[in-house]
Write a protein that binds this ligand. Structure first.
Ligand code: GRF
Length: 203
């Protein structure tokens, strides 16, 4: 199976997925890492490991649809079985999402459906949440609200700041994202036409 990963920054989730793929011997490979930001740190990390990289600078495109079309062309050049959004900070158009329906995953640093959007840890703390976490989900046209694949919960501790909470959540992200991607590349996970996630583990 061919995995293409989209990033916008350091790409710590990309690293976790790539490492698990190699160490656990998945029937898959990360064939390309693509970013909307030419300066994304994860691009250098991927290039050093011989992974194809590209950056589609969203500022170089007239509008969202034009950017998404250029992004899709680059993605398709690598013939992916799965497209993984890992710290990818762009909202994708419905046309783009439809093109990759059922083979487009995202990780979001909250327990969806709570706290979709940005600044999730600050908002969880402000709300007085006692637990927080991360969610891996299939991407649909509705931002941060696609069918959920996996979630991880962490405690909110006294004195937590957005930084301490995000660091605790990030550790879990690096556990659940590789697990979800592994399920997909091992054909144990699929998104039904009815929008329901199915695992052959409990088919
Ligand atoms: C993480 O909190 C992730 O949940 C969010 O972007 C942040 C950075 O991810 N999507 P990464 O380190 O670039 O993978």
């Amino acid at each position: 199976k061919r995995i293409v990963i989209l990033i916008s920054g350091r790409g710590s989730n990309m690293e976790a997925i790539h490492r698990a793929c190699a160490e656990e011997g998945w029937p898959a490979a990360v064939v390309a890492v693509i970013s909307n930001r030419p300066t994304a740190g994860g691009l250098a990390w991927a290039a050093e490991r011989g992974i194809a990289t590209a950056s589609i600078d969203h500022r170089a495109h007239a509008d969202r649809a034009a950017f998404d079309a250029a992004l899709a062309a680059e993605i398709d050049a690598h013939q992916p079985d799965l497209v993984v959004l890992a710290g990818f900070m762009r909202i994708l158009t419905p046309g783009f999402v439809a093109r990759y329906a059922g083979r487009l995953l995202n990780i979001h640093p909250s327990l969806l459906p709570s706290f979709g959007g940005l600044h999730t840890h600050e908002r969880a703390l402000q709300t007085g949440c006692k637990v927080a976490g991360a969610t891996v989900h299939f991407v649909t046209a509705e931002l941060d609200h696609g069918p959920i694949v996996l979630q991880a919960v962490v405690p909110v501790l006294a004195g937590d700041t957005a930084e301490t909470l995000s660091a605790r959540v990030l550790v879990c992200e690096h556990q659940i994202y590789p697990r979800a991607v592994r399920w997909f590349v091992e054909d144990q996970l699929l998104l039904g036409d009815d929008g329901v996630v199915r695992h052959t583990l409990n088919a």
